[in-house]
Design a protein around this ligand. Structure first.
Ligand SMILES: CCOCCOc1ccc(-c2cn(C[C@@H]3NC[C@@H](O)[C@H]3O)nn2)cc1
Length: 448
């Protein structure tokens, strides 16, 4: 058994997102999002699942906050649904939507839990997608209007802000691979989306500063750490491209004011270019205060000219996998955090980390030992990272509760709390009690 002691001011939390937990999709003045549309498109989401009810957190948030209080977290990452605030994207403001989030944030603060707010976690108002989505500057301007409404409303209550969750998923998973909403499969479209969301990010940061909003603001890329299958330069280059598309493609513009040239050249060979307008890169590279990092797994990659636009293929090395099929390898988090140092020792929060383990109720308990083992391995890496002097300030487990896992629907469960989707009864899993103990002690005690 080993004891890993965490810093006294380390933030312990959990994370969720509006479309995945709220439900009440036609209530409170909410408008239609691209995920409402995508989920209703046959064949896009497992079992035809959608977010109409989800975990019904729109109505049950007080019960959820009680679960957070009992867990002992001091930080809760959530996202605001843009379609609840400005239902048609850039028109009238919906007061009922703002009031809902005021009630929610007030309850969090009452419970001594710090709200950690994501402005955009994928639920774009459909009206804007119909008019070109993130590739149209109308959406960029609409996002800035939405962000300014939220900054003005919640300054003083919310002190931790993220503009976008997982820009790689927004641009490439959703517009090149077509696996998430809106389901486009076009490289140029995906580059237009990536650039549009980066300009929107930069403009929102400018507004945040200009309005004197309280707190710190950043963005939350998801990580794709990869190591080469062989020592061949081709395999290493395939890894570099895979890592860069999730990280450098977004963080170079933000921290350096330019895209990674080797990737710009790579896409140019495929006939795609970045639609940069005069002044864009200066806007995008507004200084930010923090980074959220979402880590789940890592890959061993090799060059394969047939493997998509990156010609980079993940090789199955026979590692133990979670129930969604992702290899369990916590070492990638450690390696990535050192890779991230090329942008400086910036303040980082792990804003998502967790395991899809689909254990169900047995005699009123969920013995999700595999999830505990996953968290044990990854928190041990977190400790190593902090010990190396990297400014890792906090950790949010994905997720507080089972919820709508996008194209996988409700079959994939990431929660510390089990949700019965018929009764909506919440049942803390054994991993919830394990995490509760880690937080209470502020140390990790490994079992071997
Ligand atoms: C070559 C084919 O490749 C397909 C890769 O397809 C995926 C699908 C899904 C993911 C994915 C899902 N999550 C968890 C979410 N993060 C945000 C939060 O909302 C969680 O629900 N992270 N990454 C990645 C890649």
């Amino acid at each position: 058994m080993t004891i890993f002691q965490f810093p006294q001011d380390f933030r312990w939390g959990t994370a969720t997102a509006s479309y995945q937990i709220e439900g009440a999709a036609q209530e409170g003045g909410r408008g239609v999002s691209i995920w409402d549309t995508f989920a209703r498109t046959p064949g896009k989401v497992f079992n035809g699942d959608n977010g109409d009810v989800a975990c019904d957190s729109y109505h049950r948030y007080e019960e959820d906050i009680e679960l957070m209080k009992k867990l002992g977290i001091n930080t809760y990452r959530f996202s605001i649904a843009w379609p609840r605030i400005i239902p048609d994207g850039d028109g009238e403001i919906n007061r009922e939507g703002l009031d809902f989030y005021h009630r929610f944030v007030d309850k969090l603060l009452e419970a001594g839990i710090e709200p950690f707010c994501t402005l955009y976690h994928w639920d774009l108002p459909q009206v804007l997608e119909d008019d070109g989505g993130w590739g149209n500057r109308r959406t960029v301007d609409a996002f800035v209007k939405y962000a300014e409404v939220i900054f003005k409303e919640f300054t003083g209550k919310i002190k931790f802000w993220l503009t976008f969750n997982e820009p790689w998923c927004i641009a490439f998973l959703s517009n090149l691979l077509g696996i998430h909403a809106p389901g486009n499969k076009d490289l140029q479209t995906s580059l237009n989306v990536a650039h549009g969301l980066l300009v929107a990010h930069g403009k929102a940061v400018q507004s945040f500063r200009r309005l004197g909003t309280t707190g710190q603001i950043g963005i939350a890329p998801n990580v794709c750490w990869a190591e080469p299958y062989s020592k061949s330069p081709e395999d290493q280059a395939a890894c570099d491209r895979s890592i860069a598309l999730n990280t450098d493609w977004f963080l170079d513009p933000i921290y350096k004011g330019s895209y990674p040239q080797f990737m710009v050249d790579w896409f140019a060979q495929a006939g795609a270019t970045v639609p940069i307008q005069e002044g864009d890169m200066e806007i995008i590279s507004q200084p930010i205060d923090l980074l959220g990092i979402n880590y789940y797994t890592m890959g061993i990659n090799r060059f394969n000219p047939e493997a998509g636009v990156l010609q980079s293929e993940e090789v199955d090395m026979g590692l133990t996998k979670t129930d969604i099929g992702w290899p369990i390898e916590s070492r990638g988090l450690y390696e990535f955090m050192h890779y991230l140092q090329k942008y400086g020792n910036v303040d980082v929060y792990i804003t998502e980390n967790g395991a899809c383990i689909n254990d169900d109720l047995e005699n009123g308990k969920i013995n999700d030992d595999r999830r505990i083992s996953y968290y044990e391995q990854h928190l041990a890496q977190i400790h190593r990272i902090i010990n190396d002097g990297i400014n890792l300030k906090g950790y949010m487990a994905w997720s507080l509760m089972d919820n709508f896992e996008w194209a996988e629907g409700y079959r994939m469960r990431f929660g510390l709390v089990h949700v019965d989707y018929r009764s909506l009864v919440r049942t803390p899993k054994e991993s919830y009690y394990w995490y509760q103990n880690v937080i209470k002690n502020n140390w990790l005690e490994t079992r071997n």
